[in-house]
Design a protein around this ligand. Structure first.
Ligand SMILES: [Ca+2]
Ligand SMILES: [Ca+2]
Ligand SMILES: [Ca+2]
Length: 403
């Protein structure tokens, strides 16, 4: 149990540490950093949240002096009760808030965030907020910050180690293993000016039992499933964007099998592309093909079809430097029988409802963000009707926004 004098000692130590420095040296162009709050310093610009009780919050403030602007890389790593106790980073010059934030992490999640700094002085608040019961892991969050000058663009270089087979420049297929075994491949990223790393994992495995996984950036190989950044099985394929601060980093990719049964090719494939942080990335463009009726920019309404029929519209995303696209599907249809669907990125039209990324029926409206790697990609939107009855407007509406 933490008492008041211990809490006071934490505050005092952190204050002394804050006064003693945490200033970033180097060239005049680099932003300088100063910290205030009760968290414990554990590196030049690395702080660990202090102990708090259930229902509590604790905050640490970073002040950034950036006369020439710059880039700020924030890595937030939780060690907490998954989905209930959160580490939080505010928006640039945003408020302290457990409900409005730039990013939050829980469990064993670790994420890196890039803030583009306009010239001037700025603040960011970091928090740890707990719900009303249960502590897990180390019950804290760690924040680590790095800065770089504005406008430096150098593409990261990639190197690989492990037993997997190369099938493209940065594409590897897991090697054959038996039941209850696992195999790992390591990607090392050398990123002197930071970068964006797009990772696609594609499974061909026993659904729900044999998994392809990717760790967090610099995460460890671990038995805890919620420690992984991404998991795929069956015929799943997913893409995730890693934002990488300046320096050298690793991501581990695994194929993990349970005690019996193999399916498909019994493997996972990883494909990676690395890109410089560009000061003004080329925006993604959206184009649409199909019979649906346009009702606004990037908003389409399905055309009329009969019972047991379906109709499809295609969205093509051209994203020279990668992007995130938010898609919203809104149904007005016979509930549970007539569906609006969206495929995975580059997924196939399919007869099986479980294969879609998103489904709506009745009066449902759902929205989803696709992480889109650099290149040209497609999403298919469908309206699928069963053999009888129509309700509502008998249609689905799709809207897409580049974030
Ligand atoms: Ca809790
Ligand atoms: Ca299996
Ligand atoms: Ca129907």
């Amino acid at each position: 149990m933490k008492n008041k004098s211990m809490a006071f000692a934490f505050v005092l130590m952190a204050t002394i540490a804050g006064l003693a420095g945490a200033q970033q040296g180097g060239s005049d162009a680099l932003p300088t950093l100063s910290w205030s709050g009760p968290w414990s310093q554990s590196g030049e610009n690395r702080f660990v949240s202090n102990a708090i009780g259930h229902g509590g919050e604790t905050w640490q403030m970073l002040t950034i002096n950036a006369p020439a602007g710059g880039r700020l890389w924030v890595t937030l790593t939780a060690s907490s009760e998954a989905d209930f106790d959160f580490g939080i980073a505010s928006a640039l010059n945003g408020a302290r808030s457990a409900s409005e934030y730039q990013i939050r992490v829980s469990g064993a999640e670790s994420e890196t965030l890039l803030y583009d700094l306009p010239p001037g002085s700025h603040v960011i608040h970091f928090g740890y907020a707990k719900d009303n019961s249960v502590n897990s892991r180390n019950d804290r969050v760690t924040v680590e910050v790095e800065v770089s000058a504005p406008g430096v663009s150098v593409a990261p270089t990639l190197s690989w180690s492990g037993p997997w087979s190369r099938s493209g420049e940065n594409r590897f297929v897991s090697d054959a293993i038996g039941h209850d075994q696992e195999t790992w491949q390591t990607l090392t990223i050398n990123a002197p000016a930071g970068g964006r790393i797009w990772v696609t994992l594609t499974a061909s495995s026993e659904d729900h039992y044999d998994f392809g996984v990717a760790t967090a950036l610099n995460g460890s190989i671990s038995d805890y499933w919620d420690d992984f950044r991404m998991e795929v099985s069956g015929t799943e394929s997913e893409t995730v964007l890693y934002i990488v601060p300046p320096g050298t980093h690793a991501i581990h990719f695994g194929y993990l099998k349970d005690g019996s049964v193999s399916a498909g090719n019994d493997q996972v494939i990883v494909e990676v592309s690395a890109h410089a942080i560009d000061a003004s990335p080329a925006p993604a463009t959206l184009s649409w093909y199909g019979p649906w009726l346009q009702s606004a920019e990037n908003r389409y309404v399905s055309n009329r079809v009969g019972h047991d029929e379906e109709t499809w519209q295609i969205l093509v995303i051209n994203a020279p430097e990668g992007s995130r696209v938010r898609v919203t599907l809104t149904a007005s249809s016979e509930e549970y029988f007539d569906f609006g669907v969206a495929t995975r990125l580059n997924g196939a039209r399919s007869d099986s409802l479980g294969d879609y990324q998103m489904e709506v029926s009745g009066t449902e409206s759902r929205s989803l963000v696709y992480d889109v790697p650099p290149g040209t990609h497609a999403i298919h939107f469908g309206y699928l009707k069963d053999g009888s009855l129509s309700q509502g407007n008998d249609q689905v509406i799709v809207e897409a926004v580049v974030e």
